[in-house]
Write a protein that binds this ligand. Structure first.
Ligand code: DI6
Ligand code: FE
Length: 414
């Protein structure tokens, strides 16, 4: 073959689950090779069709293992102070999540601990969780604020998230979730708190470039539709995309509202009805499913998977990692839970943490599949078929990880 490709690295003897939507299913390419130049994928295909390589191009022999896109966790609350293991013990004795919140625990407690913590101590704690994610194949994570609930503490959280992205081999996308809960000092006037979010917090955070998107917890124990709309209007004015915690504990119609603002995603959605599914299908909004929170709160109402399939709504899967409702930072475990708890197929589950996770962050043009021109975020797994990623858990099958074309060095993952 006369064609020669210039590559920095070529993976050989590898099987690809490209997750490329222009191919069917997993987008399998077996006995393949994949070439990287700088931070991009420059060639992939059957190995026998690989063009000539410049001499001395480094080769990674993959011994028939499987390569997927780096995993994407599109919904986390990874930066927070303290933990709530004692509340877990209370819940085991029959006290409900809501009762704990009413007694001053829950989100409020994490807010107090987060306000008190220094930026450095938050960074160190979050760094442990983020590293654990990356050791399990994650190359891109969304991190929300929402445990500060005042301007300086929200800024502190978002700065920590940005620093994680600069210091770890992880793409970090931030979401401003000032409207996560009403802080203690505003309990009597939640609308004044929303005014503060819209008039002061959001504009300053946007100006500092600390938020890639804006999120709200729209729920009977969170914020109403009208309050959500105020925040969305401000976000729109500032040119920031929106997403929503919606229909987690009841059906308020948050998803349809989010769809009317072309939301990137609606998240949780256990109580979403057919009209809501139709609305998000029309707006191209991703449905983000969070089986960890469903499991950890022992919920019983499942998201409307059949309707989401019927209307061809892309489904993403994420950890919702947070200290109260989902203290689980394993995205591979979510693949299994999405299948066992929500009856997704292993293919749908893997789409949920690759191409659809990317879509939920507005990043699908550059991430989420093994496609020429996309970023070389690659995870190599010691498995014999990609359906095994949803099947077993407990043994870390990740063999090697590349982010932006560079191998991630864990010093210990095996
Ligand atoms: N929904 C959740 O599941 C988390 N936040 C939200 O809006 C819970 C956060 C916590 O309990 O700390
Ligand atoms: Fe959440």
């Amino acid at each position: 073959m006369s064609q020669v490709i210039a590559a920095d690295l070529v993976l050989m003897d590898v099987n690809l689950a490209t997750m490329d939507p222009s191919r069917a299913g997993y987008g399998l390419v077996e006995q393949a090779a994949l070439a990287i130049k700088d931070d991009k994928i420059v060639w992939l295909g059957a190995q026998h069709e690989l063009p000539s390589l410049a001499t001395e191009t480094p080769i990674v022999p993959c011994r028939g293992m499987w390569l997927t896109p780096g995993l994407i966790d599109c919904h986390t609350h990874l930066v927070f102070g303290g933990n709530r293991a004692d509340e877990f013990e209370q819940r085991l004795q029959g006290v409900s999540y809501q009762q704990i919140a009413e007694q001053g625990g829950g989100i409020k407690r994490t807010v107090a601990a987060t306000r008190e913590a220094s930026e450095q101590s938050l960074f160190e704690l979050a760094g442990k969780y983020a590293s654990a994610m990356s050791q399990q194949g994650v190359t891109c994570v969304e991190i929300k604020s929402g445990y500060g609930l005042d301007l300086s503490s929200e800024i502190k959280m978002l700065k920590v998230a940005r620093r994680l992205g600069e210091s770890l081999p992880l793409q970090v996308q931030t979401s401003f979730l000032g409207a996560h809960a009403v802080p203690a000092e505003y309990v009597a006037q939640p609308d004044s708190y929303i005014d503060l979010v819209c008039e002061q917090m959001l504009p300053q955070i946007a100006q500092l470039g600390l938020a890639d998107a804006v999120d709200v917890f729209c729920e009977s124990i969170g914020f109403s539709l009208a309050q959500t709309e105020k925040v969305f209007n401000k976000a729109q004015q500032l040119g920031l995309p929106v997403k929503l915690h919606a229909e987690q504990l009841s059906n308020l119609g948050g998803s349809a509202l989010a769809a009317s603002y072309n939301a990137l995603s609606v998240d949780h959605i256990e109580y979403l009805d057919e009209a809501g599914v139709r609305a998000i299908a029309e707006s191209g909004t991703v449905a983000t499913l969070l089986p960890g929170a469903f499991y950890f709160l022992r919920e019983t109402q499942k998201p409307p998977i059949d309707l989401l399939r019927k209307y061809k709504v892309p489904m993403a899967i994420a950890t919702d990692f947070n200290p109260g409702s989902s203290p689980i930072c394993s995205l591979p475990l979510m693949l299994n839970m999405a299948c066992t708890l929500f009856s997704l197929t292993p293919l749908e589950a893997l789409q949920g943490v690759t191409i659809n996770g990317a879509k939920a962050l507005g990043l699908d043009a550059e991430r989420g599949s093994l496609t020429v021109g996309k970023q070389a975020d690659l995870a190599l797994w010691d498995i014999s078929h990609p359906n095994e990623l949803s099947y077993q858990f407990g043994r870390n099958t990740l063999q090697q990880l590349w982010q932006k074309g560079k191998e991630v060095n864990f010093g210990g993952v095996q």
